[in-house]
Design a protein around this ligand. Structure first.
Ligand SMILES: *Cc1c(COP(=O)(O)O)cnc(C)c1O
Length: 339
């Protein structure tokens, strides 16, 4: 069976596919798991996810290679991060092998929706863990649901990789020692308003500063930041306990070091010291790499490489990463899981 989808025209939009994975937790164990066809979940009105935001999610992608195989990019890293988020929100772990099994089953069951090689589109998976059950006080839930649903999504850059602009904001996405490093919905709810304000002014999104001093770059609302230092070509990315540790960012850091032979650094990136960089990018599963054209801060506009062109190192990193994901470039050990 083949599905009638115009792969090249896909955006980043929800699609109701035939199958999703569900697993249920109660009394200390996962007691039921498997594929389901219904895209709605019935939960109790007192469910802690609804009132107290006790829930975490993940995002990862599967790709079809030239040979027609389907492969998933670093699902073990998403499993580990989901469990780190779960620990921060006092939720039970999803065992790594169960997470990877669930992701694979969802890919297999919906295989005809995995975009063909060469279309630029990919298959996006959204694992989610939520606290449910009857409840009213501020407590950890006594029951949990883990679900993995998925959909094909379009190339992030329809017209090719085009630099985009960001602005700083008075708002923070996370507290200094809050839940910034956990992939939880509350961080996103709080970023909607600054995101709208940024887009109204013509920016793609906000680049958030560190919540304690507002002097250092943390990350973009849904992507991490990196800069390429002038002269040295060092790959530099912010280090902070309130940044969400992007798997794409750590993949790029590794590739910069081991494939491009660059120096790398996780450290402070001061918003008033952007002149040290010749290129900059925002990176994440959805965006892959979004080159940063400029950042506006306190009415000062800082242009990186160019407002219209992609810098050479950003381009090399992009080609290496996307090549690995599509199976055209040899992957570092353990980065690719075949379905
Ligand atoms: C998911 C996410 C990212 C990107 O992480 P990847 O693992 O690269 O997809 C960056 N920032 C935030 C706030 C996120 O939630």
């Amino acid at each position: 069976m083949t599905v009638d989808i115009k792969w090249a025209e896909l955006g980043f939009e929800y699609m109701n596919l035939p199958y999703r994975w569900r697993a249920y937790w109660k009394d200390g164990e996962w007691y039921k798991s498997g594929l389901e066809t219904e895209n709605t979940i019935q939960i109790e009105e007192g469910a802690p996810i609804l009132h107290y935001g006790q829930g975490a999610f993940e995002g990862l992608k599967a790709f079809k290679t030239k040979e027609g195989d389907i492969q998933i990019f670093r699902p073990d890293q998403n499993a580990k991060r989901l469990n780190a988020s779960a620990a921060r929100l006092v939720m039970p772990e999803v065992p790594e092998e169960d997470f990877i099994h669930a992701v694979k089953e969802v890919v297999k069951a919906n295989a005809e929706y995995v975009p063909p090689y060469g279309t630029g589109a990919s298959f996006y998976l959204r694992p989610t863990l939520i606290g449910v059950g009857d409840n009213i006080g501020v407590h950890a839930a006594k029951e949990y649901i883990f679900t993995v649903f998925a959909m094909p999504v379009g190339p992030y850059f329809k017209g090719g990789m085009v630099p985009t602009a960001f602005t700083t904001s008075e708002f923070d996405r996370a507290a200094p020692h809050g839940t910034g490093a956990a992939k939880v919905g509350g961080n996103y709810a709080g970023s909607l308003q600054p995101g709208i304000e940024a887009r109204e002014k013509g920016y793609s999104d906000v680049v958030y500063l560190d919540p304690a001093t507002h002097t250092k770059i943390e990350e973009v609302g849904s992507a991490n930041f990196f800069g390429i230092e002038k002269d040295t070509n060092k790959f530099v990315t912010p280090k902070s306990p309130s940044i969400l540790p992007s798997i794409t960012k750590y993949s790029l850091l590794w590739l910069a070091q081991h494939r491009l032979g660059l120096e790398v650094e996780e450290g402070d990136v001061y918003i008033d010291d952007l002149d040290r960089f010749s290129e900059a990018g925002a990176c994440g599963t959805a965006a892959v790499i979004s080159p940063v054209s400029f950042i506006t801060h306190n009415d000062h506009k800082h242009v990186f490489y160019s407002e219209t062109e992609v810098g050479p190192i950003t381009k090399k990193l992009y080609d290496e990463l996307v090549g690995i994901q599509n199976g055209d470039v040899e992957a570092p050990e353990g980065w690719i899981v075949k379905v």
